[in-house]
Design a protein around this ligand. Sequence first.
Ligand code: ZN
Length: 108
Amino acid sequence: MDKTKKHKRRCQGGLPKCKNYVGEYVDVDGVGCCKQCDKYVDENPYDPYWEHMEQEFQLSEEYAELLDNSLVDNCEAYEKAFEKYQANYESWPDMRRRMAKRPKGSSV
Ligand SMILES: [Zn+2]
């Protein structure tokens, strides 16, 4: 085994133009990106994360409450409800780790 080769692996994902060496770092998604890029992804969720959050908001208790009070068109009430909903929504870093642990080839 050539151990030095492993240390010289370059970042395979994350930020465009990243030329960092990965070293011993193992990223969440297993794509072979460096620590810096991994952190970047944690701080910048992929678009589907926001899309899902908004879609699921429409099915939430908070949204039902808006409907009950005819406040869906009230920006202030809507934002407040969304904030409350978002606070309880699984955070992106948590979700990312959970999905990354999913066995390969499984559906859902
Ligand atoms: Zn990188």
